[in-house]
Design a protein around this ligand. Sequence first.
Ligand SMILES: Nc1nc2c(ncn2[C@@H]2O[C@H](COP(=O)(O)OP(=O)(O)OP(=O)(O)O)[C@@H](O)[C@H]2O)c(=O)[nH]1
Ligand SMILES: [Mg+2]
Length: 526
Amino acid sequence: MTGLAERIAALNEVARLSRGRADDGLVEAAAQVAKHASSRLAFSGEWTVVALAGATGSGKSSLFNAITGTRLATTGVRRPTTSQTMAAVWGSELPDDLLDWLAVSRRHLIPAPQNDYANLVLIDVPDHDSTVEDHRVQVDHLVDLVDMLVWVVDPQKYADAALHERYLVPLAGHGEVMLVALNQIDRLADAEVDSCMSDLRALLDREGLSATGTVAVSALSGTGVPQLGQTILRAVREKRMAAARLGADITRAAAALAPELGTGELPALERSAGRALTDALVSAAGSDVVVEAVGGAWQRRGAYATGWPLVSWVSKLRVDPLRRLRLGARRSEIEPAPHTSLPPASPVQTAQVDNAIRALGDEASAGLPRGWADAVKSAARASRPSLPAKLDAAVAGTDLRLERGPLWWSITRIVQWLLIVVVVVGVAWLGLDIALAYLQLPPIPSPRLGRVPAPTVLAVGGTVAGIVMALVSRLGVWLGARRKSVQARTAIRKSVASVAATEIVAPVNAELDRYRRAREAIRVAG
Ligand SMILES: Nc1nc2c(ncn2[C@@H]2O[C@H](COP(=O)(O)OP(=O)(O)OP(=O)(O)O)[C@@H](O)[C@H]2O)c(=O)[nH]1
Ligand SMILES: [Mg+2]
């Protein structure tokens, strides 16, 4: 059985989560019930917490034993005796959450039949006037949390300023939940008891504590202990009745709200649900244009690097297709990605995105009650207006990996220029031969390759080799461009997928999670 405090918190949670997603009247009614109940029971629920507090040696532990009929608490002449808060609990099981909350370290369960002390938590607190700072902290913590505070005083120190000024007077507002027990009356004559009690009464009245009751007891002889027990019992009964009443209110409010939350299977967004959405977004983000531009840019750069040097400069004259889109420029890490010059999504692409978002919202909200389904769908749509800018930034921020050409480009370029040198040498040699013949001087003897003279081999061979090399390189560059395009497509898809995840899938999941928590809370509250 769930504790009342937990049920109150759960009802409050359901109301909070359901706001704007379920009938407003029912939500507000549930919130009111939770608020009303929590003002009384928020933390102790159906349990009545009674604490015995007071100065060291006043007899708190002795009284604890007298009331509980046990010897659980250690009493003694050495001061202070009790250093840890201890609780006796009447019930069938320990309310551990509550005791944790009260910071009670020692716990004893006393099996209780119904209509007795059932649901009573009686706490023996360390002295408040202790020199041990820790004790004071424990008392201060408890004072705020208990249902009834019994201040145990003795005939010598009942007017002690430390108790009155530090605790009783500041707590005057809680006067009716406090009680002052004058202990050790066995040490006084009857007349002295009367005078002590009327003196104490007058003192409390002067301090604005007229609502605080007093009782004369002796833990040693047992005088007055039954009366004190009765007072505690009354508090227990009252609390139990309040708990029963408020518990019924909570059950009713939860039952009224439950249909608004439905009973269907809890929804979950399939991983595949984002895939169709990503497809549509990739297309709308202009992926095809970018991918084509990447291929073009690679070919342009490759042609310049590996072409035949005498004509390859021409490729520099062509505009870099990536530059035109304002993409692929080297940027520092900290600089935000600028806008691209990609064309806006076409009407068809826009419609595809809208459809994909709608489909995702429909799938995620299938089977949910109306209000929740609407909330899921609007979570899917929420970032629609800013989506184009987000996609553009994602594309602009995608690393297209075009920084450096491969090593073979550089090697090819060096070889090409070496071949140019060979051609120049060959041509110069031939020129020299022509000049010598013109001047009718004997030619420089030149070796022959077969029947062809060396300068001709150099000039013609170098040219042919350069052109052949350029043609083969062009094939290599083309293959490289294809690979770069594929890589760019993958990278863009990844960027776009993360936009889809944060802008659409995450808000939808957050709403589904909210629904799941509301369902769980209504189960606990009901
Ligand atoms: N004569 C008489 N002695 C009492 C009575 N109640 C307690 N004592 C004695 O007073 C001393 C202190 O009692 P405790 O019950 O240990 O006092 P306490 O308030 O728990 O003290 P701390 O744990 O130190 O805060 C013990 O020696 C008890 O026997 C009483 O009603 N009459
Ligand atoms: Mg004690």
